[in-house]
Design a protein around this ligand. Structure first.
Ligand SMILES: *[C@@H]1O[C@H](CO)[C@@H](O)[C@H](O)[C@H]1NC(C)=O
Ligand SMILES: *[C@@H]1O[C@H](CO)[C@@H](O)[C@H](O)[C@H]1NC(C)=O
Ligand SMILES: *[C@@H]1O[C@H](CO)[C@@H](O)[C@H](O)[C@H]1NC(C)=O
Ligand SMILES: *[C@@H]1O[C@H](CO)[C@@H](O)[C@H](O)[C@H]1NC(C)=O
Ligand SMILES: *[C@@H]1O[C@H](CO)[C@@H](O)[C@H](O)[C@H]1NC(C)=O
Ligand SMILES: *[C@@H]1O[C@H](CO)[C@@H](O)[C@H](O)[C@H]1NC(C)=O
Ligand SMILES: *[C@@H]1O[C@H](CO)[C@@H](O)[C@H](O)[C@H]1NC(C)=O
Length: 812
């Protein structure tokens, strides 16, 4: 009796012990159950696990996930669109070699449709590939790598037969609207396929020929290697910011339509974005649905309904907005409401025509209510019959005019664009749709009430892991309200990190080696633990409570990457300490070099060009909204080859150029006397043109060697004094007004040129430089060129010269 109870006890002990062990493999005739938490397959390196994962209330999917990520990020799913019941569901490897996922009631929801008479096993490889293979031959019958969901793991190929499809939304794992795939022309693309519209958005659809892509390699194959290098047969390639082996990575098409490469920070179990396809999220189609527009904000994008429209679904912007007015109105009783800098991609009626605005409006009204709006740009008229893919961009020099009924005009005439609205995230958890359970009872059979089948509606769950998109929208709030354990999600490049105060104290040997004083702080030279020489800026006015804002700002700066912009390696935010860690530039600032006069004309021209490129990138390419506001020689640093890098950008305040209200004015004036644009003094709106002005002054200083803060010409006749700009302008104007003689202009330029430089000079280059500088310092901001125009003018000159040189060579 005792012996048998002991045996039973031992048996129980053993079976519980066995049950507690995750499996290494699954053999024919065995299965994994949804109810048994240890029915899990583990890869031999322990990096991946496969098993049932809850994706909603009583909804389970068979999935593969990363064990080391804090939220067990899912890398693959078998049945994303058809979750199974939390009771009675099993994954079985049948005797015939077929692997099936069986919902309760023996309903097969998913199967590999394989068959084999020999012995087979299901194993999870170290790569994260779940394979069904023959035991003896090792022949692979089926593998999860051939059926990706939204994620590509290293060495998993994307081919003509495979594609990535995003999740539907945050917390909803079913197939979404974005696809990453090889198109028929052999090019890797991103596609938005919504209920009403479908369009390609990457590579940029505005180029007929996607830049750098090659259409004629039909092998259609791409993959990420173990060092973080991605190569596609259409010659598209990129490297992770933290390029190198040993990092766990995944390439995921997120539900917000952006394709991102993530690197796992193993210590914290968090993911860092080490590359992404779209840097301007408003260019991703479909995120803001019909009748809404997308607006870039600081590190996030907003959607906003058009005036007289309201959100269709309060928790999903992709549903767009619906009109608040009766759409069958009399067009003879309508008004056009102008939306500046707003464009809608696609859905034009007929060909664009060069027409006056009045004629354009008339053409639109002729279409009755079919014409929803007109887009008018540079004298051309586009009729819009649908309002999809709308976005606001200051770089778009055109307007959209919405057709709206006249009654109610008072409601929206003032609201020339409502403020961007944020999705109410706080409320959404209260609004979780619970799963609809449909228990179909078998009436003829009374002892068994089978759970049959589920229609799944998935609520918002604690899956922080895929909340990147939401993060986009709410980062600012999060940053302000919470502690900073979300850091892993900041858009920082790997290598960009948080330093402790102690570390930096040590690196600078107690902040002993001061190398400069800039706006708001003192800069020290230091050597980091890894041997890199850094410039460490200690900010003065710090507020203990601004940590969120501070983090948000530095993470933006950390993301900016351009060869003419100083690179930020990290930061420190501890108690009252706020420090920024930058790369150190050997040759110091332009200010120092100008006063010591080591730069020749060629170098000065290159510095002017490089600085313009850096600023153009800040203004136009990276985030659209970063103004420098303090461009001066002290903030242009030179590397060992005297190549310039602009420093100190992004610190003042990142101006939300996208804010729909008037461009917000700065609370305090920024800048340095002598370099400040007139807008600051006259309290006019601050735009990127303030940087253009300051840049113009810097170029004049490069040319003349005279500082705007100390140089004055005293006009003895009138007894007044004049600054650098009037002096240069007068000299140049005087020469060109006399005769149109090149010689005179050349001699005028020689008169203003820094007399200390006696090296060779190319007069044509000097002329361009002077011309550009004078245009940049125009009083009227609209007469100043944009920074990209400046780059164009300076490089155009270079190219022209090259062409001439080539021609000469050809003819000789
Ligand atoms: C096509 O692409 C594949 C994969 O990148 C490469 O190995 C192959 O050489 C390419 N073929 C041609 C003709 O360029
Ligand atoms: C919209 O206007 C039309 C014609 O003016 C009218 O027949 C219809 O009832 C209106 N619809 C609504 C919802 O008010
Ligand atoms: C314009 O459209 C409205 C509603 O679609 C319709 O009632 C009206 O008859 C149309 N008018 C003309 C002139 O076609
Ligand atoms: C609008 O006015 C035009 C001409 O003035 C007229 O032909 C047309 O029928 C009017 N449309 C409606 C819907 O009243
Ligand atoms: C505007 O249109 C004119 C004439 O059609 C053209 O010459 C000019 O380049 C256009 N400007 C822009 C910015 O597109
Ligand atoms: C967000 O939703 C919550 C709960 O539904 C509500 O109390 C709150 O007022 C909402 N906030 C905004 C800004 O709409
Ligand atoms: C999840 O997405 C699917 C597919 O669009 C949809 O049918 C389902 O209702 C969604 N669930 C929730 C909770 O919105």
């Amino acid at each position: 009796m005792l012996a048998s109870s002991l045996m039973i006890f031992a048996f129980l002990l053993q079976s519980s012990y066995v049950a507690a062990q995750p499996h290494r493999s699954l053999n024919k005739g065995s299965s994994l159950s949804v109810e048994e938490p240890n029915d899990i397959l583990v890869s031999s390196n322990g990096v991946f696990k496969a098993g049932f994962r809850g994706v909603g209330d009583n909804a389970y999917c068979f999935a593969i996930w990363f064990t080391q990520s804090s939220d067990s990020t899912i890398a693959w799913m078998a049945n994303r669109d058809q979750p199974v019941n939390g009771r009675g569901s099993i994954l079985s490897l049948l005797k015939d070699g077929n692997l099936v996922l069986r919902d309760v009631g023996s309903i097969d929801t998913w199967a590999t449709n394989t068959n084999s008479v020999s012995l087979v096993e299901l194993v999870l490889l170290d790569s994260g590939n779940l394979v069904l293979r023959a035991l003896e031959s090792g022949l692979i019958l089926w593998e999860s790598f051939k059926f990706p969901t939204d994620t590509l793991l290293p060495y998993q190929q994307i081919t003509r037969y495979t594609k990535l499809v995003s999740y539907r939304s945050q917390g909803n794992y079913s197939s979404g609207r974005y696809t990453f795939y090889y198109d028929n022309d052999n090019i890797l693309r991103l596609l938005h396929d919504g209920p009403e519209t479908s369009s390609l958005y990457w590579p940029s659809p505005t180029f007929c020929w996607p830049e750098g892509r090659y259409k004629f390699n039909s092998s259609r194959i791409a993959f990420l290697d173990s060092s973080g290098y991605f190569l596609s047969s259409d010659q598209f390639a990129f490297s992770a910011a933290d390029f190198g082996v040993g990092v766990k990575r995944r390439l995921t098409l997120d539900f917000d339509g952006n394709l991102r490469l993530y690197s796992l920070q193993e210590k914290e179990g968090k993911w860092l974005v080490s590359w992404q396809a779209m840097n301007q999220p408003c260019k991703i189609h479909g995120f803001c649905g019909p009748n809404s527009i997308c607006v870039h904000g600081f590190q996030r994008r907003y959607c906003s309904c058009l005036p007289a429209f309201e959100m269709k679904n309060n928790h999903d912007w992709s549903a767009g907005c619906r009109p608040k007015f009766n759409t069958s109105f009399n067009v003879n009783e309508s008004v056009f409401v102008q939306l500046r800098n707003v464009d809608f991609y696609g859905y034009d009626y007929g060909q664009p025509m060069p027409q006056s605005l009045e004629v354009c409006k008339g053409r639109c009204l002729q279409l009755n209510t079919t014409c929803k709006a007109i887009m008018y740009r540079n004298g051309s008229c586009y009729l819009k019959i649908f309002l999809f893919n709308g976005f606001l961009s200051r770089n778009f020099q055109g307007s959209t005019y919405l057709v709206l009924p006249k009654n109610g005009h008072q409601l929206y005439s003032k609201a020339i664009l409502v403020k961007p609205t944020r999705l109410n995230c706080s409320g959404s958890t209260n609004d979780v749709k619970s799963l609809e359970r449909i228990y179909l009872q078998k009436h003829e059979n009374h002892f068994l009430a089978y759970l049959l089948w589920f229609v799944i509606a998935i609520g918002v769950i604690e899956m922080f892991g895929i909340s990147i998109g939401c993060w986009f929208l709410y980062k600012a709030e999060l940053g302000r309200q919470t502690r900073h354990d979300h850091q892993g999600y900041l858009f920082v490049l790997a290598g960009f990190r948080k330093f402790t105060y102690k570390e930096l104290h040590k690196a600078t040997t107690g902040f002993s080696n001061e190398i400069g004083r800039g706006s708001g702080g003192t800069v020290y030279k230091g050597v980091l633990l890894d041997g890199r020489v850094a410039a460490i800026k200690r900010l003065n006015d710090t507020n203990k409570n601004d940590e969120g804002e501070f983090l948000a700002e530095v993470s933006t700066i950390g993301r900016i990457n351009h060869m003419n912009l100083i690179e930020m390696w990290g930061f420190c935010a501890e108690k009252k300490h706020r420090l920024l860690v930058y790369e150190h530039m050997e040759c110091g600032s332009l200010a120092e070099n100008l006063s010591s006069n080591v730069l020749d004309w060629e170098q000065r021209f290159e510095i002017a060009l490089g600085t313009a490129k850096g600023l153009a990138y800040l203004h136009e390419e990276c985030l659209e909204w970063v103004l420098h506001c303090d461009v001066k020689p002290e903030n242009i640093l030179l590397d060992s080859n005297y190549k310039p890098k602009v420093a100190d950008f992004g610190l003042s305040k990142l101006l939300e150029r996208g804010s729909l209200s008037n461009i917000s004015s700065f609370s305090t004036i920024r800048g340095t006397r002598g370099y400040m644009a007139p807008e600051w003094i006259f309290n006019l709106p601050i735009t990127s043109k303030v940087d253009v002005y300051s840049y113009g002054i810097v170029v004049l200083e490069l040319i003349t060697g005279k500082s705007p803060t100390t140089f004055y010409v005293v006009n003895t006749d009138v007894g007044s004094s004049d600054g650098l700009v009037p002096w240069v302008r007068e000299k140049i104007n005087a020469s060109s007004s006399k005769t149109n003689n090149d010689h005179d202009i050349a001699s005028a330029i020689e008169e203003i040129m820094d007399p200390r430089v006696d090296a060779q000079l190319c007069m044509a280059k000097m002329e361009v430089l002077v011309k550009v500088a004078l245009q940049c310092v125009q009083e009227d901001k609209d007469e100043r060129p944009s920074m990209s125009k400046v780059v164009e003018m300076l490089t155009h000159h270079e190219n022209k010269r090259n062409v001439v040189v080539n021609e000469v060579q050809l003819h000789s």
